[in-house]
Design a binder for this molecule. Structure first.
Ligand code: CTP
Ligand code: MG
Length: 258
């Protein structure tokens, strides 16, 4: 039997950077967001499993809260798959833990700095999107392998979007300036996938604080393509998102014994 868990020797080695250093202010008081649990398992572990589920992914770099590196390392050891080498791997996926920075952008850059040279394709995936299906991860990797320098999973919007003049006093009425054509708008998710050299150059060149890595590549004037995202790749941001995430896990447990 061939070993299907390893990428073919000709495939460009692929790594994932998981920024997990945020506090989760919008979720309310408590542990850093990535360490809060869903069905008893930390969000970061769900996100890491989602990445390790892709056969193409051979390394995950977790960017931990600066004061939480030791805690994250022991967490990864505690949840490592049987057969994995304690402290270094989850089955056939290796992991590293590095301290993050003050912004998501800085955390991603610190993760990129820790990448060994052989990884030519890099995905960046929010720890706060713990439930992304492996099909979405694989679709992003495939589009990068096909030659796109930057790839985002994206979904059409459910709501109509208005551009407004933001109120000076929060909660005050806001004049509506325009209604963009919704059929041309997409909400983007992660994992976003990149040719490594392109993403590194974007992080060296673009200094504005952006929340989206692909947006930095756009600023370099390079093409970014969107592939279909998935509704289960939503970001856990506010308390209601925790309710939805728990419900998705409960449904998965019923349908596939997960
Ligand atoms: N992130 C990070 N380093 C930071 C800020 C954010 O690694 N300094 C990570 C978060 O851990 C998360 C991802 O970036 O996985 C997306 O950010 P977001 O959803 O905004 O998470 P938080 O910044 O933690 O949440 P909030 O903005 O509500 O504080
Ligand atoms: Mg944030």
């Amino acid at each position: 039997m061939s070993d299907d868990s390893r990428p073919s020797p000709t495939a460009v080695p692929t790594a994932v950077v998981i920024p997990a250093a945020g506090r989760g202010v919008r979720l309310g008081p408590g542990a850093p967001k990535a360490l809060r649990t869903l069905h008893g398992t930390p969000m970061l572990i769900h996100a890491l499993r989602a990445m390790a589920a892709s056969r193409a992914v051979s390394l995950v770099v977790v960017v931990a809260p600066p004061d939480g590196v030791a805690e994250v390392k022991s967490l990864l050891d505690a949840y490592a798959l049987p057969g994995g080498t304690s402290g270094g791997s989850w089955g056939s996926t290796d992991f590293l833990v590095v301290p993050g920075g003050d912004s998501r952008q800085e955390s991603v850059r610190l993760g990129l700095d820790a990448l060994p040279p052989q990884y030519g394709i890099v995905l960046v995936h929010d720890a706060a999107r713990p439930l992304v299906p492996v099909e979405t991860v694989d679709a992003v990797i495939e589009a990068v392998r096909d030659g796109a320098p930057a790839v985002v999973p994206a979904l059409p919007l459910a709501d109509t979007v208005k551009e407004v003049e933001p109120a000076v006093v929060p909660g005050g009425p806001e004049p509506v300036l325009a209604t963009p054509d919704r059929s041309r708008l997409r909400a983007v998710q992660t994992p976003q996938g990149f040719d490594r050299a392109t993403l590194v150059r974007a992080h060296e060149t673009v200094k504005d604080n952006v929340t989206d890595d692909a947006g930095m590549v756009e600023q370099l004037g390079l093409p970014v393509v969107a592939v279909p995202g998935h509704e289960e790749a939503f970001k856990v941001t506010r308390p209601l998102d925790l309710v939805l995430a728990e419900a998705v896990l409960a449904r998965r447990r019923l349908t596939d014994g997960f």
